[in-house]
Design a protein around this ligand. Structure first.
Ligand code: CA
Length: 268
């Protein structure tokens, strides 16, 4: 991932808001699972690059050095490979049957693409970028990632659903909470080291979720970036791809830019 195209450097924009309660040792009624509010961090911008302003982005993911994007809207949806240094579209293919494409995730030599309300997931051949088959999916499709063992899907609610990466059979689910309250509208996802990062639709937030419990253990506040991109009800933050370590690429729907950022979230 090249930083040669860095245009701005926001410097040490670290705002780590410790959420720990601190103070006295736990009372006898508390347990080790008792924690304070999820800590909030702001992204540190390392560089930026152009993003196709016609892309109603629904999925963003690195496969090694290759960057893939899924876009939505019925009749306009595509699975694309982007140049990670320039944001240019290297290749693109239309989602079949005028489906409304949603999240994408690479699994080996294949790519799974969700559809919003069409009731199917589409399996693509990564090398040829051709659709291979469709499988039924219950409920809506929003975001998707692969944690190495399973596919993890958001459906617009506060629930994450788990799927078999071979046949997309549903294998379980977990409800997501932040400080004991449900987090709805979970959107584009990124699986990183056993945790799930999720854009929250219509907000400037990305939450980090422990998929074993559904508990949000960190929150990214990207308000400043969203405002810089003219965020409105359509042009919302969406799209997070892990680069390596603490570095991610984030963007939004119709945003003119993608941002390489560092997310200094405390260990989960
Ligand atoms: Ca992603």
């Amino acid at each position: 991932m090249s930083g040669r195209n860095a245009l701005i450097r926001v410097g040490a924009l670290v705002a780590l808001v410790a959420g720990c309660s601190g103070g006295q040792p736990a009372a006898s009624t508390e347990t080790e699972t008792t924690k304070g509010p999820a800590p909030v961090v702001t992204p540190v911008v390392l560089s930026e690059m152009p993003h196709d302003t016609s892309a109603w982005i629904e999925g963003l993911e690195f496969d090694g050095a290759d960057l893939y994007e899924g876009t939505g809207v019925a009749g306009q949806s595509q699975v694309r490979q982007l140049d990670p240094a320039t944001g240019a579209v290297l290749r693109a293919a239309p989602t079949p049957n005028n489906y409304y494409g949603e999240g994408v995730a690479v699994v080996g030599d294949r790519i799974w693409e969700l559809t919003w309300q069409d009731g199917v997931a589409v399996e693509w051949d990564k090398a040829t970028l051709r659709p291979q088959r469709e499988v039924p999916v219950d409920g809506e499709g929003w975001g998707l990632c692969h944690d190495g063992d399973r596919m993890i899907r958001s459906d617009g609610t506060d629930r994450l659903r788990f799927h078999d990466p071979q046949n997309f059979a549903e294998t379980g689910s977990v409800n997501v909470t932040r400080d004991d309250q449900p987090v709805r509208n979970l959107n584009e996802l990124e699986c990183v080291d056993g945790q799930v990062w999720a854009n929250v639709w219509q907000t400037d937030m990305i939450v980090r979720i422990d998929p074993a419990t559904g508990v949000v253990n960190a929150v990214v506040d990207a308000t400043a970036l969203a405002q810089s991109q003219g965020r409105n009800k359509e042009k919302v933050l969406n799209g997070i791809a892990h680069i390596g370590g603490d570095e991610f690429l984030i963007t939004g729907k119709y945003w003119p830019k993608m941002f390489r950022v560092r997310l200094d979230a405390p260990p989960d």
